[in-house]
Design a protein around this ligand. Structure first.
Ligand SMILES: NC(=O)c1ccc[n+]([C@@H]2O[C@H](COP(=O)([O-])OP(=O)(O)OC[C@H]3O[C@@H](n4cnc5c(N)ncnc54)[C@H](OP(=O)(O)O)[C@@H]3O)[C@@H](O)[C@H]2O)c1
Length: 145
């Protein structure tokens, strides 16, 4: 694998679940990590765990389904880092049911989070990736959009 030591990875929804597992795996490769989510307590705990692996870890609290909050939350990260090497669009929700069973509110929340949220984050972060790297690596971890 390419040496990732010293790279900077932003992982949305990185405080728990698959996002946290990805954050820990990258931190073990020496990658600095920024994680995001809505629950600050969980973000703080995971950030401490990541720091204990010897890398720089930061977090930002925002809801990816809200563009203004996403802009403000990501600005905290880009102001601190100035650049991003790896973006992992992991934040997402899932709900199962037929069109007949699933309410409009649930469907809308899934679209706003999994589709628009991914777009908002990518739109804000891409300029900080394009300006310096040769290859763009963006991962989407979505069950359904
Ligand atoms: N687990 C699976 O089998 C599976 C399969 C295929 C795809 N996926 C997809 O992979 C991703 C991770 O799955 P997972 O099982 O690890 O999910 P999870 O444990 O439920 O974690 C989801 C993460 O996304 C964050 N999140 C959700 N809604 C958000 C919002 N509106 N704004 C900001 N952050 C939000 C959560 O943080 P907060 O709660 O703090 O906001 C949490 O950190 C999801 O997109 C999921 O749909 C999962």
């Amino acid at each position: 694998m390419e040496n990732l030591k010293g790279k900077k990875a932003l992982i949305t929804g990185g405080a728990r679940g698959l996002g946290k597992a990805t954050a820990i795996a990258l931190a073990k490769e020496g990658v600095d990590i920024a994680i995001t989510g809505r629950n600050e307590e969980v973000l703080k705990t995971t950030t401490s765990e990541l720091e204990s692996l010897g890398i720089q870890a930061i977090y930002s609290v925002f809801d990816v389904s809200n563009y203004k909050s996403t802009q403000a939350g990501l600005k905290q990260i880009t102001d601190s880092w100035g650049e991003v090497d790896i973006l992992i669009n992991n934040a997402g929700i899932a709900s199962f049911g037929t069109v007949n069973e699933m309410g409009v509110e649930t469907w809308t929340q899934i679209i706003n989070t999994n589709l628009l949220g991914m777009y908002y984050v990518t739109k804000e972060i891409l300029p900080f990736m394009i300006k310096r790297i040769k290859e763009i690596f963006i991962m989407y971890l979505l069950r359904q959009v």
